[in-house]
Design a protein around this ligand. Structure first.
Ligand code: AOF
Ligand code: ZN
Length: 359
């Protein structure tokens, strides 16, 4: 027979199957336990799909096992509102679940809340705060946005052995990270709601900023955001031409008459001493419901986010191949330390040294 913590761990691991696929919803899993045995499993698998509790109840039925009298383990308080799906509280009651064990309360301001109280009033025994820290951690972008109305910020940087981020400025950007490291970048993009770059990166690298590899299900592709104060974006760049993901341009100057395709949106924000402040950008994205933002570069953009101390997490990839040219721009680990981040892990990824940093 497992402990409450072991059962919650099981629900947390089911929840991870929704990684990159369910945002702006959090990843949620659910198991039903009867007589100490797991009788059904469920998880929130795609935006608009069943919630974890409902999938677990359906799983019990599909196996021909009655969920009557079972205990549900769920990292998040069950919803009590009619959203894209009917309330999970009602589904649990209808199924005859008599005990509910949750990790964290649902702080989402757009839902009614009160799931625990509704269940208790109906006679269900509710236990709270089992593995609460782990549950919070696994839903950190959702929790962060509910609390601050701003996105959780991940900075991603790749450097060569000398800390250079690009070589000869007159040459096109070189690929120097390993294939396996690039796969991780696509994984990180898939876990983000928006990906941001500065205009210099667009002009120099012409990036596509799309997710290639991980399956993000029917949710929207991450919003591609460009800080472009004086409207320098080239009309023929990939972000303007490729409509497989939306593009948001942030200007200071009035762009005037434009002839953009439907996937492109422009927004004009006031400048603060000639620059658009990071605070303003985060507020604007948070207001649009962006819970997670990946800042991809370049060095000026990283430094602006770091100096405001709004970076919550960083991913740094150091490749063993030196970039060509003498005067490349550099970026050093101590800049992450100064911004309040500490290295929590480092590993070898096909020759690249990949480190993760957190607040
Ligand atoms: C649950 N179980 O598996 C999840 C919950 O628009 P909807 O109907 O999908 O509701 C989304 C909100 O419900 C989401 O923002 C969060 O507050 C909660 N997520 N709740 O009972 C689940 N994913
Ligand atoms: Zn629900």
């Amino acid at each position: 027979m497992g402990s409450d913590e072991e059962f919650m761990q099981h629900a947390l691991s089911l929840a991870r199957r929704g990684s990159g696929r369910v945002m702006p919803n959090p990843m949620v899993g659910c198991i039903l336990v009867k007589d100490g045995r797991v009788i059904a499993e469920g998880w929130h698998d795609r935006i608009g799909g069943l919630h974890a509790e409902q999938m677990a109840i359906a799983d019990a039925e599909a196996r021909g096992i009655s969920p009557q009298g079972s205990t549900a383990y769920i990292p998040l308080e069950p919803c009590n509102h009619f959203g894209r799906t009917p309330p999970c509280t009602e589904a649990l009651l209808w199924a005859g679940v008599t005990h509910v064990v949750i990790g964290a309360r649902d702080p989402n301001p757009t839902v009614r809340g009160g799931g625990c109280e509704a269940l208790r009033q109906a006679g269900v025994e509710v236990e709270e705060s089992i593995l609460e820290d782990e549950c919070h951690e696994q839903m950190r972008e959702f929790m962060h946005w509910c609390r601050s109305k701003r996105p959780y910020v991940l900075l991603k940087a790749a450097v060569d052995p000398h800390g250079r981020i690009d070589g000869d400025q007159s040459q096109p950007a070189e690929r120097f990270s390993s294939e396996a490291s690039l796969e991780i970048v696509h994984q990180l993009r898939s876990e983000s709601m928006a990906i941001l770059v500065g205009i210099n990166t667009v002009i120099r690298d012409n990036p596509s900023l799309t997710v290639r590899g991980p399956d993000i299900g029917p949710r929207d592709a991450p919003l591609r955001v460009v800080i472009d104060p004086s409207v320098r974006i080239p009309a023929n760049c990939t972000l303007m031409q490729d409509d497989s993901a939306p593009t948001l341009l942030i200007h200071c100057d009035d762009p005037g008459q434009t002839d953009d395709s439907a996937h492109v949106e422009r927004i004009v924000l006031p400048d603060d001493d000639g620059e658009i402040s990071v605070d303003r950008i985060l507020d604007m994205l948070g207001d649009r419901g962006v819970q997670s933002l990946m800042v991809e570069g370049g060095a000026d953009t990283w430094r602006r986010f770091l100096s405001e101390e709004v970076v919550d997490r960083a991913h740094l990839c150091r490749s063993p191949f030196a970039l060509s040219g003498e005067h490349g721009v550099t970026f050093e680990e101590h800049e992450l330390v100064t911004a309040g981040l500490r290295r929590i892990s480092v590993r070898d990824v096909d020759g690249d040294e990949v480190s993760n940093w957190e607040k």
